[in-house]
Design a protein around this ligand. Structure first.
Ligand SMILES: O=P(O)(O)OP(=O)(O)OP(=O)(O)OC[C@H]1O[C@@H](n2cnc3c(O)ncnc32)[C@H](O)[C@@H]1O
Ligand SMILES: [Mg+2]
Length: 174
């Protein structure tokens, strides 16, 4: 079973590999950089979810794979300020897209103040943490939980939900 991953971001790639290790399928992974088809900084759940689905479809096509997985990060605004939001999608030939969401965490006020100026989270986080490309390693999730839950762990949970649901559908249809 070939699984195309719609990114080359190591934090996400590792999450897909770990997430699929929890179900009994023999898998071979292909990483492909594909466009999300949404803005570089998604600002709603819907836009972030759409980005995940677009990536999953594009990756599956580009790699000629059985399954495509897309993972997308964004932020969404509530009465309690901005939250990190993350979505994942799994696409295959025989089922409608499977979608699952990740854990959310409130962003500190100084980060929200930069987001409302229209800036992207990635450079804000790099400035704030004094390190580069934080979205490719621990991510904002890792920084604001003091390492308790990093970006890979959060996305691994999303991929477990996707893989588990796929497995459920396979058994229902067998
Ligand atoms: O290479 P890709 O797969 O695109 O990985 P990415 O890190 O750019 O991740 P997304 O496109 O899914 O995220 C959308 C935007 O939000 C930023 N972002 C999202 N979650 C983040 C996190 O945990 N830490 C830092 N930046 C994050 C990211 O850098 C983008 O500007
Ligand atoms: Mg990106």
């Amino acid at each position: 079973m070939i699984i195309a991953i719609g990114t080359e971001n190591p934090a996400k790639v590792q999450a897909v590999k770990q997430g699929f290790s929890s179900i009994r399928l023999i898998t071979d992974f292909k990483e492909v950089s594909v466009p999300s088809g949404v803005s570089s900084q998604p600002l709603t759940d819907e836009e972030t979810m759409k980005g995940a689905e677009n990536r999953a479809k594009a990756a599956r096509l580009a790699a000629g794979a059985d399954i495509g997985i897309g993972l997308e990060g964004g932020v969404m605004e509530t009465q309690a300020g901005f939250f990190l939001c993350n979505w994942g999608a799994l696409v295959c030939a025989d089922l409608p897209p499977i979608i699952a969401g990740g854990a959310r965490i409130q962003l500190p006020l100084e980060i929200c103040a930069e987001l409302v100026k229209g800036r992207e989270l990635s450079p804000i986080m790099d400035e704030y943490s004094g390190s580069r490309q934080t979205g490719r390693s621990r991510g904002a999730m890792g920084i604001f939980t003091n390492g308790t839950v990093d970006r890979t762990e959060m996305f691994t949970h999303v991929v477990k939900l996707l893989a588990g649901r796929y497995h459920y559908e396979l058994e229902q249809n067998s």
